[in-house]
Design a protein around this ligand. Structure first.
Ligand SMILES: NC(=O)C1=CN([C@@H]2O[C@H](COP(=O)(O)OP(=O)(O)OC[C@H]3O[C@@H](n4cnc5c(N)ncnc54)[C@H](OP(=O)(O)O)[C@@H]3O)[C@@H](O)[C@H]2O)C=CC1
Ligand SMILES: O=C(O)CCC(=O)C(=O)O
Length: 417
């Protein structure tokens, strides 16, 4: 299979929307370029006394509407192009939900499961110090993404705070609540997925309680999405997976039980007793009402798109469907809630966390959830209305809403006519 360049794919989506909305080509040009790209190669002392050099990146795609915002990922396949694509999507994500940020993203090419806790801490602190030249609570605010978590955010916050000599809560989001994290941030991306799934169910005239759902990826996003959709919408989660493979039960899985099993089983769902084992490939092509890819990018490509049978796809992950595969899904009439709308719940609660940190005043979880639901519902409705207005698909409509906001800010700030 030809190598997929994630940034090129992201630009293809953008160009499609720019054409539909007849965006000024000069503006399109500036909006397609990342503002800053920083690559750092940095040494980390390993437990055996040796020193290894790691490579990481931080990209700020656009800062017209506010500071750059976006997570940091640890994964062996991290590249600059991947981080550029993820930063690009963050710009549209923040704009589509109307929070005052631009887009940023970071990543380190590393398999964290191969590091001891000490090595992971040293790598995290050194990487954060290396990118400190471009980050700041009013410049660029990192957060968790794949394989990073609240502990790593604590090390980031502590490293920055040590370097400047006082505690800076607003430098990073996704922190534990004891050091300025927000109630509801761990569940936030999954909760946002739950809200747009409910909206999609209503929009498509499906019945929430009889709807069958398959979720690929059982980490932060996938596990909370599965739990909240089952608990709050009453839908049947019939299949789940992680990198080790999938599990399937046509009567519906008990998500709390699967989470408990995973937590006692080295973090994997493989071997869960009350279900049949399936592969990740089989999960993606199950005959379900709703498919939620919530693992990594490029899950649905030209290789498997013709086998996809879901009626609705809610993209929990960033970039799970390639542009070519999407055209086929759209021809088949499959309704897709695009990534930067579907998974915007995380950055929305990160925004709440940042605001709380700047004010040193913290909200109750009920207030966080209420504000999140309102923003996600409003964003879904804006995108559906735009889809009808332009007679287009949901992703293109989401780009149109978001591009319009960033273009307006860019024009107001000058330079462009
Ligand atoms: N965390 C957040 O707030 C947000 C995350 N996202 C996006 O959501 C996606 C998931 O992120 P998140 O949940 O945070 O990451 P996590 O690291 O918490 O979880 C990732 C999950 O995906 C699984 N996985 C990895 N590779 C594969 C594969 N090839 N096939 C099946 N499953 C796989 C992992 O399995 P295993 O554990 O076995 O490796 C794990 O269950 C990413 O695209 C991320 O960018 C988007 C918005 C916000
Ligand atoms: O919470 C955040 O700031 C960003 C999370 C993220 O990286 C994403 O939405 O892809």
């Amino acid at each position: 299979m030809a190598e997929i360049n994630l940034f090129e794919n992201a630009l293809k989506q953008f160009r499609k929307a720019a054409k539909v909305m007849e965006l000024d080509p000069c503006l399109a040009d500036v909006l397609m370029h990342p503002k800053r790209e920083l690559t750092v190669n940095f040494p980390v002392r390993m437990d055996d006394g040796s020193v290894k050099v790691f490579t990481g990146h931080r990209v700020q795609h656009n800062i017209a509407r506010g500071p750059a915002k976006g997570g940091i990922r640890y994964h062996p396949s991290v590249t600059l192009d991947e981080v550029k694509a993820l930063a690009f999507w963050m710009t549209w994500k923040c704009a589509v939900v109307g929070i005052p940020y631009g887009g940023g993203k970071g990543g380190v090419a590393v398999d964290p499961s191969k590091l001891s806790t000490g090595e992971l801490e040293r790598l995290s602190r050194r990487f954060f110090s290396e990118i400190q030249v471009i980050i700041g609570e009013d410049k660029d605010i990192p957060a968790p993404d794949v394989n990073t978590n609240a502990q790593i955010m604590s090390w980031f916050m502590d490293t920055y705070s040590m370097n400047v000599g006082h505690s800076v809560l607003g430098i990073v989001t996704g922190k534990p609540m004891d050091i300025g994290g927000s109630a509801g941030r761990p569940e936030a991306t999954g909760r946002g997925v739950r809200v747009v799934t409910e909206e999609a169910i209503n929009y498509k005239g499906l019945d929430a309680e009889s709807a069958t759902i398959a979720v690929q990826g059982f980490g932060n996003v996938g596990s909370y999405a599965a739990k909240l959709i089952k608990d709050e919408l009453g839908s049947k989660i019939v299949a789940l997976s992680d990198v080790s493979g999938g599990i399937y039960n046509p009567d519906g899985l008990d998500i709390d039980d699967v989470i408990a099993y995973r937590d006692q089983n080295n973090g994997v769902v493989k071997g869960y007793p009350n279900a049949k084992a399936i592969t990740n490939e089989e999960l993606l092509t199950l005959d379900v009402d709703i498919l939620i890819p919530a693992a990594l990018e490029n899950a649905i490509t030209m290789e498997n798109v013709n086998d996809v049978r879901a009626k609705v796809i809610v993209e929990g992950a960033n970039g799970p469907v390639t542009p070519e595969a999407e055209e086929i899904l759209l021809e088949k009439g499959i309704f897709i809630v695009p990534d930067f709308l579907a998974n915007a719940g995380g950055v929305t609660v990160s925004y709440f966390e940042w605001v709380q940190g700047l004010q040193w005043y913290f909200w109750d979880i009920e207030d966080v959830r209420k504000a999140l639901h309102k923003i996600m519902r409003q964003a879904f409705s804006n995108v559906v209305n735009t889809m009808h207005k332009y007679n287009t698909d949901m992703r293109t409509a989401a780009y149109i809403v978001a591009i319009d906001r960033v273009a307006t800010a860019t024009k107001l700030r000058g330079i462009y006519p």
